[in-house]
Structure formats: C-alpha cells, structure tokens
Design a protein around this ligand. Structure first.
Ligand SMILES: [Zn+2]
Length: 357
C-alpha cells in the first residue's frame, strides 16, 4: 500500500479530499471537487507529491468513484461501516477520518478491484441479503408494487441507462437514440444531477424519462432508514429542480434489496423498478458482447439495464446502434419505463403503484 492516503468524502455538492502521509501530516491542502470532475481529480491524485500517488479510501456509501479510479490504475480501498463512526444523515464521514483510518489500520480496509467492483469482498453478504429479500420482492411484483418487465404479448422494450448523467457519454447515447426515434429511461444519481444539470435538461427535452438511482450510489445494506430516505428524497428534489417534475421510479443501486432495505422503502412515495435483462456492460466485455447479451435476452416487455455514467462507458455507446437496430428489426418499439408499465402494458395489474399504497 502506498504511504500516502487520500480520504475522499462525498457531500451534497461534490467530493472533499484530504491527503495524509504516514505520519498524519497533510500532503496537500484539503480540496473540493464537483461530482463531474472525476477525471480531473484522478489526474490531480496521480501527479500529487512528485508522483507518489496516494491510496484512495472511500466509504461504502460512495459507489461512483471506485470504477473510474480502479480503471485508471489507482489503488482503491473501502472503509466499511464497522471501522467508522456512524455517518451523518446525508454525506459520508469526513475525508480526514477516512485517511486516518487507512493510516492507523490499513489492513482492516478492503481493497477494491476493477473485477470485484464496489462491493469487492462483500459479495456473500450481498447475495445473502438479496436471497432473503426475494420472497418479499416476489410478493411486491405480484401486487404490482415492483416493476420488472411489461406484458410479454406487447412488442415494446424499455432501454434504461444508470449512473449518469455523464459529461461525455450522455450526449452520445442521446444522439444515437435520437437517430432512431427511440425513447429510454435514465436512472440518474443526485450527485451527478447537481453537477450536470444541462445534461439532465437535454435528456428531458429529448422526450426521455428520468428516474431516481439514489444520490451517491451507496451499498443500501449500510444505510439507516433515514439515510436511505435522504438519498431518495434529495435526488428526487434535485431532478425536480432541473426538470420541474419529480421522478416516478426508484432503481436501487446494485439491485441490493434485502428484507431490511425493502422494509425501509415501505412507506416511500416512489415506485420500485428492476430489470429483466442485464447488459453486463459494466464488466466491459467488448461492444459486440454487450450487444449480443441484450439481443439474446430481450423480447417483448423487457427492461434492459445498461450504464452511461460513473466510468468509461465507451463500449456501451459503441454497442448501442446494434442494440437499437436489432430490437427495431424485430418490430419492438423502444419506450420509457412508464410507458412500458402503463395499465395496457402490464400483466393483470393496474400499473405499478408506489410503495406507500
Ligand atoms: Zn448503478
């Protein structure tokens, strides 16, 4: 591990960075970065202190940085909640606390890898929680309170793009969709919405739907019900400030729905949506593979999960024309999640209702 430690906290306006050396001395003055300045932040960290690049320390409530940072070759660690004091209702523990944690007990941190993703080392816990949540989720789906796919006898598909908006890829995705007259749904994180309101406006102006994907892309198992509520409400408010309309749909980061998370969501005035086709584009298997995964998996009623933010989504952009053309060739219309879930588009329900009904 590097002997320089960059604690990175997230706030309602961006990131706060504190870099300490092994003796606890500041390597640089604490700095603040906007949610869309990730590339600049990475360059800054690399050039810091004569190229003695610090190890980066993040909280499990920050799922937006490890992807781009591990892809850029930085050494990234996660400080899990049992190592830290309780976080505030909104935001992470201070950056200095994260850097101190690394300095004092580096071995307790979890190394995050590109292959393992944000939840490296916690896969078992994740799968166990999701497995325990499945019976409850099945009930919610049957009751029309969680949307996963539309009617299988209506030739329509909803493409969805998560983790944006993004300074580069959002526009590219919009251009491609526009070329084919296709509509889609963008599940944005509040952190990027406040950083890139013009991109959000662009999405809305082009006739697409905006959804809520939390504020900081946290591992939901680690949030208190209050913290979960803040993540959803603040993101909905940020979107409403830009578009004039609050989003209808919430999509949980990582689809991490344990019984505890589902209980915390109960009573929330947002509708839950998942997907039935995962493009697995986050693994960057190549554009041809991404297109093949979608075209093999999708049919009438499908909700397709893809990503346009929080990392290098160039492969997703490259795969998109083939995906759209392949679906259109089969006579499938590309619509928003709300259109796909409309009463005449769902199986035997009157549409998907918010969790508080
Ligand atoms: Zn996501």
């Amino acid at each position: 591990m590097s002997t320089r430690y960059a604690g990175i906290a997230w706030t309602g306006t961006g990131y706060r960075v504190e870099v300490l050396d092994g003796a606890g001395r500041r390597v640089a003055e604490p700095s603040s970065w906007g949610g869309a300045q990730v590339a600049e932040l990475i360059s800054w960290l690399r050039e810091l202190d004569g190229g003695r690049t610090p190890a980066v320390v993040l909280e499990s409530t920050n799922g937006l940085l490890d992807g781009p940072m591990t892809a850029a070759g930085l050494e990234v660690y996660r400080a899990d909640p049992w190592l830290l004091p309780p976080g505030p209702r909104f935001g992470s523990v201070p950056a200095e606390r994260l850097a101190e944690q690394a300095r004092n007990a580096p071995d307790a941190l979890a190394r995050v890898t590109a292959e393992g993703g944000s939840l490296t080392g916690r896969a078992e816990e994740y799968f166990d929680g999701v497995r325990r949540g499945e019976p409850i989720l099945a009930e919610l789906k049957a009751a029309g309170r969680c949307f996963e796919h539309g009617r299988r006898d209506v030739p329509r598909v909803a493409l969805t793009f998560d983790d944006g908006p993004d300074p580069v890829h959002t526009r590219q995705v919009l251009d491609i969709l526009d070329r084919y007259g296709a509509r889609a749904t963008f599940f944005c994180v509040g952190h990027h919405v406040v950083a890139l309101p013009d991109e959000v406006r662009r999405i809305a102006a082009a006739g697409h739907e905006l959804g809520n994907h939390s504020w900081s892309h946290p591992f939901l198992f680690d949030l208190t019900p209050d913290q979960l509520g803040e993540q959803i409400d603040r993101t909905a408010e940020a979107l409403a400030r830009v578009t004039g309309e609050a989003p209808t749909w919430f999509r949980p980061p990582y689809g991490a729905l344990s019984p505890e998370v589902l209980a915390a969501l109960e009573g929330h005035s947002t509708s839950l949506t998942m997907w039935d086709v995962d493009a697995r584009d986050w693994a960057r298997p190549g554009p041809e593979r991404i297109a093949a995964t979608v075209l093999e998996g999708a049919g009438p009623g499908s909700v397709v999960l893809m990503h346009e933010g929080a990392g290098d989504r160039g492969q997703t952009v490259q795969a998109l024309p083939a995906i759209v053309e392949g679906l259109l060739e089969r006579g499938l219309e590309l619509v928003t999640v709300s259109e796909l879930s409309a009463p005449d588009g769902t199986e035997g329900t009157d549409g998907t209702r918010p969790l508080d009904r």
